[in-house]
Each structure stands twice: as structure tokens, then as C-alpha cells.
Ligand binder design. Structure first.
Ligand SMILES: N[C@@H](CCC(=O)N[C@@H](CS)C(=O)NCC(=O)O)C(=O)O
Length: 299
């Protein structure tokens, strides 16, 4: 952009902050997550993680990144892969539990989801939801196509999700729903990108049942909790703002995936908000879901 175009663009926005030479961590920035944001890594306190009996130990929360993994585990169990039995423990990120020493040992990046596979000694740690999905798909030979072309397509969409969702969550969601002030420039920038991404998905799904054709794969499992939930559940209360109903192929896919039993179960695990009957704070057995339903009938 040349000098005069830049001046023109700047004149659309009121004068405000001008960055100092060196940024310093002086104060909370405000906004919904301000109290947990820090510019340094590492643990803030000593706290070992609980460990259960099952091969897989999950430390997570029912956010879209967490839901990817609980849906994957429920799908594997539905396929009869009993080795995927898991204990899911709650990590309350609003209370800073991601900075406990035990959690940081499993994920040095201090973000949910994080997983331990206790089938091996010492146990294997896996963090980053995409890495966890791929690890589980390879371990159980499921939900990842085997022929090279379909596998490449599946991994392309898996990594597309990993790169794209931060624009939806950290960009659009943050500035539209959580920031302490509404900044038109930021909301415009991220709404533009999110709508472009929705159009990418909508065009791709126009002639396909699932992201990789007729086969439901980890690409669907990764993408649905962000883009599917945006369309079927209006995360960030943004359906009208983003006109999500207009993406009809994406909507059809999102509703089809939402109807899967494993997806419905996976959404409940580690969820601490919304209707009480759809929250299962921790999961240690398949019967936890049944007991939950019975609680509901009994109440
Ligand atoms: N790229 C990571 C993102 C994980 C992530 O951002 N997790 C959020 C919750 S959805 C978190 O733990 N935030 C806590 C923090 O930032 O302190 C993944 O896909 O696993």
C-alpha cells in the first residue's frame, strides 16, 4: 500500500493506541479470557494429574478443540475398538488448570486437549488436537483412508482445519464475542476470512457427503466442532451476522454429522456449560452416559 492509500485507510478509523518501542506486560488487556493470558510458558503451580485405569487418559474441556478428541474416542468405541476406552478428566482453563505442573508435562504448550497413552511404558504423551486424531487413527486403523490419494486428501483437510480455525476462534470469535470493545477493523477482517472459509467448505461439500467423499474420517471429526457447530449451534451467537444459513451444503453436512450418536456423546464429555443434561464433566465408563440419562429421567 503506498503512503497516501495508507493515510486514506487510516482516516477511516479514529486515532488510538500507538505501540511503544518495546512491548511490556503491564496490565490485563481486559476481555473474557484476560486473567489467564500470560506472555510466558511453563507451570505456575505444582499439581500432579489424576490417572485412571483405562489405556487412554484425556485431559480436556468441552470446547471445539476438546470435542474433536472425545468424538474420535466415542467413534472408535462405536466401531468396537475396545482399546480406546478412556478416562476423561476436566481441565478448567478459566481457573488456570492448564498451567499445573502435571498438565504442562503432558502439554508444554498449556492448552487442552492433551492425552496420555498408557499402553506403553513409559506412557506416550500427545498434544495438539490434530496430532491426537492422527495418532488415534493410526493406532486403531480407523477413520483415515488407506489409499494414498484419499489419505492425502484427508490429511490436507485435517491440517486445513488446524491452520484455519484460529481465524474463527482466536480472530473472529475473540473480537466479535469476547473483546472488551467492539473494533470494526478487527471484526471486519476476521468476518471476511471466516466467510471465505465457510465458502471453501460449502463449495467442497456441494457434491460430497463428507469431507473426503463417502467415507466419514478424521477430517470431518476435526472440522465439525468448529465449522459444523458454527452452522448448527450458532457458536459466538453469530449465525445471523455471518448468514450461516446461506451455506446450504455445509449445513446439510453439519446436520448429518451432528446426528451421529458418537458425536452426541463426545459433545457431552468435559462439557461444563449449557443444559445440565448435556454435561458430563468427567467420563470414566460408557455407562456414565446411561447413568446421566437415568438421572435426567429420575429428576
Ligand atoms: N492448536 C491447539 C489449540 C488448543 C487450544 O487453543 N485450546 C484452548 C481451548 S479451545 C486452551 O486450552 N486455551 C487455554 C489457554 O490459552 O490458556 C489444538 O488444536 O489442540
Amino acid at each position: 500500500m503506498d503512503e497516501s492509500a495508507l493515510k486514506d485507510a487510516q482516516s477511516n478509523y479514529p486515532p488510538g493506541y500507538s505501540p511503544p518501542k518495546v512491548w511490556a506486560w503491564d496490565a490485563e488487556s481486559g476481555g473474557r479470557w484476560a486473567s489467564i493470558n500470560r506472555p510466558i510458558a511453563g507451570p505456575t503451580h505444582k499439581k500432579p494429574l489424576p490417572v485412571g485405569q483405562h489405556p487412554i487418559q484425556l485431559y480436556s474441556l468441552g470446547t471445539p478443540n476438546g470435542v474433536k478428541v472425545t468424538v474420535m474416542l466415542e467413534e472408535l468405541l462405536a466401531l468396537g475398538k475396545s482399546g480406546a476406552e478412556y478416562d476423561a478428566y476436566l481441565i478448567d482453563i478459566s481457573e488456570g488448570e492448564q498451567f499445573g505442573s502435571g498438565f504442562v508435562e503432558v502439554n508444554p504448550n498449556s492448552k487442552i486437549p492433551a492425552m496420555l497413552d498408557q499402553n506403553t511404558q513409559p506412557p506416550i504423551r500427545i498434544f495438539e488436537s490434530g496430532a491426537i486424531l492422527l495418532y488415534l487413527a493410526e493406532k486403531f486403523n480407523a477413520l483415515l483412508p488407506v489409499d494414498p490419494a484419499s489419505r492425502a486428501e484427508c490429511l490436507s483437510w485435517l491440517f486445513w482445519q488446524m491452520g484455519s480455525a484460529p481465524y474463527l476462534g482466536g480472530g473472529f470469535g475473540h473480537f466479535y464475542a469476547y473483546a472488551p470493545i467492539k473494533i470494526e477493523y478487527c471484526i471486519d477482517r476476521y468476518a471476511m476470512e471466516v466467510k471465505r472459509q465457510l465458502d471453501v467448505l460449502d463449495r467442497h461439500l456441494a457434491d460430497k457427503q463428507y469431507m473426503c467423499g463417502d467415507e466419514y474420517t478424521i477430517a470431518d471429526i476435526a472440522i465439525w466442532p468448529w465449522y459444523g457447530l458454527l452452522v448448527v449451534d450458532g457458536i459466538y451467537d453469530a449465525s445471523e451476522f455471518l448468514s450461516t444459513d446461506t451455506y446450504s451444503h455445509l449445513k446439510r453436512w453439519a446436520e448429518k454429522v451432528a446426528a451421529r450418536e458418537a458425536v452426541q456423546r463426545g459433545r457431552m464429555v468435559n462439557c461444563t456449560w449449557g443444559p445440565l443434561e448435556s454435561q458430563l464433566h468427567e467420563r470414566h465408563n460408557a455407562s456414565d452416559f446411561t447413568n446421566k440419562t437415568q438421572d435426567k429421567i429420575g429428576s
